[in-house]
Design a protein around this ligand. Structure first.
Ligand code: CS2
Ligand code: MN
Length: 365
């Protein structure tokens, strides 16, 4: 398992790379050019700049999250070919600096959706919260306004320029069924996967967060059956997954540990985090500890260990603790704690395995 840490770039993140370096066992940063509008090519000079910054701290830049997909591709509009060509050029340029994995998602309009960014937990920490009743009743434009008032930095997938066209986007999506979205995803993959292969890059789709429809928009990367269908669309290793335990775990019927075992060789990137789900459909992000939430992080780690996972992993989101001023979901402290919890489990499993081996060896003697 290669541990990495999401960093939003110089001037766009509160966390200095020196501090990330102090978390044990982090090999690389997970990055993106967040200021480049979705659909445009990423300039090589800008990509190289990030590489230089990372190298100053001895971090790799193997994983990009995300090269986002233009809505015209998801909508299947005739203009999609132009954006797909741009995407190919970006893949080629990322390969030039040694990028290995590109995380992306295929969620219409929004990236992750929550109703509150700083919901207080019992201990006074705060975390991202999803309230089902609120989502059902609120106008998405109102929600976007509310969210924007509470955050100082632009959040990927919630860029104000794009959200200005929200009403238009919702109109366009009225005609798009889940099957249409599958078709549009298939079309994209058939063009992109060969280019990824030629460039030695693995594409890794992120599941929908939450893994069900919000505001009546279609969502398809939501459970084991659909992920299986996705992998068969283009049945090649370069067409793989970012398996996000927190996103999938927001539906208690999803068994993420089982998915780790089932999709083992197609998981290129693991997002590991916990959520606590409630019977009314609400959920809140908690610490990584298994007993804090309803996602069984211990079993998930055991599954990754059993399959001999050698891909990239990151703690994904964390709570906001110790009065940290940070980007919602992306504080240093709780993600640092999360990493130590993940290493604790991983190292114990490693030691047990070695212990067993030694034990068997001595039995043979
Ligand atoms: C995050 C996503 O919600 C999550 O779990 O990891 O915001 C993720 O960064 C993007 O959807 C990936 O494209
Ligand atoms: Mn995730």
């Amino acid at each position: 398992m290669k541990m990495v840490f999401r960093w939003f770039g110089e001037g766009n993140d509160f966390i200095p790379l020196e501090h990330v370096k102090q978390i044990p066992g982090v090999e690389g940063i997970v990055w993106a050019l967040h200021d480049i509008p979705v659909g445009e090519e990423w300039p090589l000079e800008r990509i190289k700049e990030v590489k230089l910054q990372a190298e100053l701290h001895d971090f790799n830049i193997d994983v990009v999250e995300s090269v986002n997909i233009h809505e015209d591709i998801k909508l299947g509009l005739p203009t999609r070919d132009f954006y797909i060509e741009n995407y190919k050029k970006t893949i080629e340029r990322l390969a030039q600096v040694g990028v290995k994995v590109i995380c992306y998602n295929f969620m219409p309009v929004f990236d992750w959706t929550r109703t509150e960014l700083f919901k207080e937990l019992e201990d006074g920490s705060t975390a991202l919260f999803f309230e089902k009743a609120k989502i059902t009743n609120i106008d998405p434009i109102e929600l976007v306004k509310e969210i924007a008032e509470n955050v100082s930095l632009t959040m990927p997938g919630w860029e104000p320029e794009r959200l200005k066209y929200l009403t238009k986007l919702f109109d366009l999506y009225k005609e798009v069924t889940e099957e249409d979205l599958w078709k549009n995803l298939h079309y994209f993959l058939e063009q992109i996967i060969p280019v990824a292969e030629e460039n030695n890059i693995k594409m890794a789709i992120h599941p929908d967060d939450p893994p069900f429809s919000v505001f009546g928009l279609p969502r398809i990367i939501i459970n084991e059956d659909n992920i299986q269908r996705f992998l068969k669309l283009v049945d090649r290793p370069a067409n793989g997954l970012t398996l996000c335990s927190g996103s999938l775990g927001a539906n208690p019927n999803n068994n993420v540990a089982e998915m780790v075992r089932k999709f083992a060789d197609r998981i290129h990137f693991a997002h590991i985090r916990n959520v606590r789900t409630y019977e009314n459909g609400d959920f809140i992000e908690t610490s990584h500890r298994s007993s804090d939430g309803t996602v069984d992080i211990l079993s998930i780690m055991k599954a990754y260990h059993d399959i001999g996972f050698t891909g990239y992993a990151r703690p994904d989101h964390g709570r906001h603790i110790w009065d940290e001023k940070c980007r919602p979901g992306y504080g240093l402290y709780d993600r640092g704690l999360g990493i130590m919890y993940l290493w604790g489990i991983w190292d114990s499993l490693e030691r047990l395995k070695q212990g067993e081996k030694q034990c068997y060896q001595s039995m043979e003697i």
